[in-house]
Design a binder for this molecule. Sequence first.
Ligand code: B3K
Ligand code: ZN
Length: 861
Amino acid sequence: MADARPAHTAPPPIVRREDYQPPEWRVPQISLELDLDGARTVVRSTLEIEREGRHRLPLRLDAKNLVVRRVAVDGQAVNYRFENDVLRIPIEGDRATVETEVEIAPRANTQLMGLYESGGMLCTQCEAEGFRRITPFPDRPDVLSRYRVRMVADRGAYPVLLANGDPVAQGELDGGRHWAEWHDPFPKPCYLFALVAGSLVANRDSFVTRSGKTVQLAIWVREGDLPKTEHAMTSLKAAMKWDEEVFGREYDLEMFNIVAVADFNFGAMENKGLNIFNSRYILADPDTATDADYDAIAGVVAHEYFHNWSGNRVTCRDWFQLSLKEGFTVFRDQQFSADMGSPAVKRIEDVRMLRAAQFPEDGGPLAHPVRPDSYIEISNFYTATVYNKGAELIRMIRTILGPEKFRAGCDLYFDRHDGQAVTCEDFVRAMEDASGADLSRFRLWYSQAGTPRVRASLVRGPGSPRLLLEQEVPPTPGQPAKQPMPIPLRIALLDEATGVAADERLVLLDEAKAEVVLERAPERPVLSINRDFSAPIIVETDRTAADLAFLSAHDDDPFARYEAMQQLMLDTLIRSVSGGAADHHAVVEAVRHALADRALDPAFVAETVLLPSETFIGDRMDTVDPDAIHRSREALRAELGRELEALWRQAYSTHAANRYEYSSSAKGARRLRSVALGYIMAAGAADAPVLAQAQFDGADNMTDRQGALVVLANGDSAERQAALSAFYDRYRDNALVLDKWFSVQALSTRADTPAQVEALARHPDFTLSNPNRLRSLVGAFAANQRAFHDVSGRGYRFLADMILAEDKLNPQTAARLVPPLGRWRRFDEQRAALMRAELERIVATAGLSKDVFEQASKSLG
Ligand code: B3K
Ligand code: ZN
């Protein structure tokens, strides 16, 4: 309960971007000595400090949950003040050596911030403000220091001792103890500090950089996990090479270490030279990881590696600038994954993710700009807006500038700011300076929240057709009125007679309204717009079902082709949810066409024949009716299943499982096969459960096995329970696979899912202390629209109970579960009242963390 707010106190303070002040003291050098032990660790630190500017202020060090044993300045004990988590130390001159000695208790650290224990090893997490839980320090990203770290520990319990940079010395001590010293030559902010101590083994490899330097690579895991590290290692080497080729960025230390830990608040952490990963983004073999897991591992390994330049060499001035490193690095990892596989499928996945996570955020009470203006707890701002919309901003800059000028802008940014802590503004200015472009209005994308809506209609002849565009940026909390944004729209006209695209161009819509005359138009033009999803917006057009069906079969831009199909499905579903006649004909024919088109990549077909999710359908409606959406979507699924059953069966057998192989084509085949199985099941075919059971039993890989399990778990065949039990028995000792077992049930489309989930929360393998397990059950359930929004309100009550229980252990992870309750405005009165009541119950709870307080109180807003 370390960070709990006492009941009935004033709300916690708000930090504002406009209040930024440069640091009063610099710390060019820090030496740390840690006497490591799970129960009690002693941390001695020596800071070389320098006064910045002309002021007489004391040295201000952040310190949280530390037992301070000694503070000395230039060797002399001093009188210091320690209140509200800040240590104030009077300093006479402009330079001094400040020593502190503190005690911490890693084993008692359930928040997983600072130094903590996971599975017997000790590891750290410092971003954003965890370093203050290890030692007193100016814990802000614009204080950059060179680190020397000496670790002392029992050799039996902690045979491996790792820290940032390169190892410089090690030795033995009496009593079975040993020590190791590491130096990191690159000045860094303290959020990039890391150490690991434990019983670990390494998968070792090396990489020769393009300038000929050999870098030693190691991925550290627990002994039995070594065979599962190959894919992560392959991905790391591919990422190192790609960053040299595409961005001209080389690695800079002699050594690059990655450590996998089981208990971790998010995906991974880019600590300089010592990345620490949630084990789910490292460990994979065909028996335990799906193709999606393999892709995620490659993406996250690359992301953390790319941070070495976009984040570490050039870092953030303050946490409001978080997207400077995160948006840019997500963009870089997306480009990497696109180059490693299918760019079309990757783009579809990224947009699906943006729509599932970011659009709802942008349209709800927690909406904030990519560069936020204020926060109570910065951990709450590691959001889809900062990350994924942030990546879309970088992509739009690239679209506007073109690839060559964009690359020149990146080069200038890295050259100009190497070793500095900078702002989003510095990034945009480097782009302008290198390209000559004027991005003044583009800056609105950083400051204005909300997803712009663009209405587009094509007015056909006489004469050249005209494209009428109109944009609107909705009000968001604190931003009632908006300026029009500069929106880059890739458009083309397709000739209805030939299917050929003409007059592809980039239109920059930067007024509220615009009219574009399209001169080189074909006779019967059909509009293709926001091609490749050139802007993160919602487009509304007056295209007919026939236009959309035509585009879904002919558009030469794969994303636009997928999008046309989605729009056709969405229009059909929304009409039927709103009580209109359910005319499924156009969708059935468009899907038939996609399945029959032999020229298409099976991975693309699998994406394009999937119906929009229930949540996405809800997002496009004025009031979400979860039950009606579920019914309409299931009805369309069933009809697609029945009408096209022969084609689904054909797709299923054409892509029949062969011996497992990890390749793009094998992945695409597995994906389409699982989608086809889902439709055969939806058709109600009598043999479908048997088919699924056979796939489940015969699978030689997790993708096929889980694919079959999902289909069975959604139904009520006799095979269902058998498969769930078999899966559990086979993987009960593998935490990452057991997470899948929980998720599959939490995401089930069955009517009894709320009750099943409540029961699973009492299962002996469920625990609040492991964030992966918590998310696998509770996070997945909250994403299951129909189950979570059960009209009884039991889903809301369950989630609130879980949030309150988790908050006592791990506020950061608890707070991430709040947003689904904040969507109450989108639902009918009865549900909205029930959701609000749970939020109110949360806010009224004594001892709530500021993390959960911020999310829950803003959600009521
Ligand atoms: N930078 C870390 C995220 C840290 C989250 C702190 N609450 C991982 C990443 O984005 O690469
Ligand atoms: Zn990142």
